[in-house]
Design a protein around this ligand. Structure first.
Ligand SMILES: C[S@@+](CC[C@H](N)C(=O)[O-])C[C@H]1O[C@@H](n2cnc3c(N)ncnc32)[C@H](O)[C@@H]1O
Length: 264
């Protein structure tokens, strides 16, 4: 399957969440939703043919599916907890947090492609009101990712980001996230990514030096063990693999969700 095959010809499924965010937060009239979404999806797919763009997975607002989502929202709202989203693309999960009451200034997003950040402002029509800083550029380029301060985040989220890389790069990517996480109980790295029954390299997509490595639960646990050895940080780890993504992803992937809770 080539990357062009992930371009979904059908219209997106407009769930209640999508309708609520785009009509109430973004003030887009309901009859315009589909053409608005399609236009931005098409422009972004020209920049890079990510399956999550072509197949409308950016409309999943998948962060809210995590069992820790309620706790995350409460702690950001009430205790000023800090949140970092890695490889945000359009920044849809940040908009979901803001829609659910989190102050946008407590959130930070990172992204390689400045164009995707701009498409996010277009998609959500919030360039003037969103206070979230977006750090653009290569996550691996500086001493800490995007020159963010060490141990400064309570929550770090990776939506379809860690899986983009080779095994060795994933160890480095997650170790860099550990470097940015506050080293205290209550701190969490969590997210979701594509999964396969039989783990291995997936040659269709090369984000950096080589093909992305797709995991099953066992291989991902092994990789996280390497991260702990690398960083000296210990985590309680939950991994859950399910059959389906939200919007119609055309590939034969499952979805792996994970939660890494920092322990002393
Ligand atoms: C597959 S998308 C996932 C987007 C979103 N988090 C989600 O869950 O739908 C991965 C994102 O990571 C970004 N990315 C890829 N390599 C990167 C790098 N080296 N540094 C920073 N961002 C990167 C891509 O541009 C893309 O927007």
């Amino acid at each position: 399957m080539g990357l062009d095959d992930y371009y979904q010809q059908d219209d997106p499924v407009i769930t209640d969440t999508i309708k609520a965010i785009l009509t109430q937060y973004s003030n887009i009239p309901e009859p315009e939703l589909i053409s608005h979404i399609r236009a931005i999806r098409d422009k972004a797919f020209e920049v890079y043919k990510y399956p999550c763009i072509g197949s409308y997975n950016f409309l999943d607002f998948s962060i809210a599916d995590s069992p820790i989502y309620g706790d995350l929202v409460e702690r950001v709202k009430k205790n000023g907890a800090t949140f970092l989203d890695l490889g945000v693309c359009f920044g849809q999960d940040i908009r979901k947090l803001v829609f659910d009451g989190c102050p946008s200034g407590n959130l930070v997003g990172t992204e390689l492609q400045p164009a995707f950040i701009n498409f996010g402002y277009e998609l959500f029509r919030d360039r003037e009101k969103l206070k979230t800083p977006f750090k653009t550029g290569d996550y691996f380029a500086s001493k800490t990712a995007h020159d963010l301060p060490e141990q400064s985040f309570d929550f770090i989220h990776s939506g379809a980001f860690f899986h983009l890389f080779t095994w060795e790069e994933q160890v480095e990517a997650i170790s860099r996230a550990v470097q940015l996480l506050k080293h205290k109980p209550g701190s969490v790295i969590f997210g979701r990514q594509a999964a396969k029954d039989v783990p291995g390299e997936f040659p269709e997509m090369t984000a950096r030096s080589g093909p992305m490595y797709m995991h099953n639960a066992e291989s991902f646990r092994k990789l996280l063990h390497e991260v702990s050895t690398n960083t000296g940080a210990k985590f309680d780890i939950d991994i859950d693999v399910r059959e389906k993504w939200g919007q119609k992803l055309t590939g034969d992937w499952k979805v792996l969700s994970f939660i890494m809770r920092y322990v002393d």
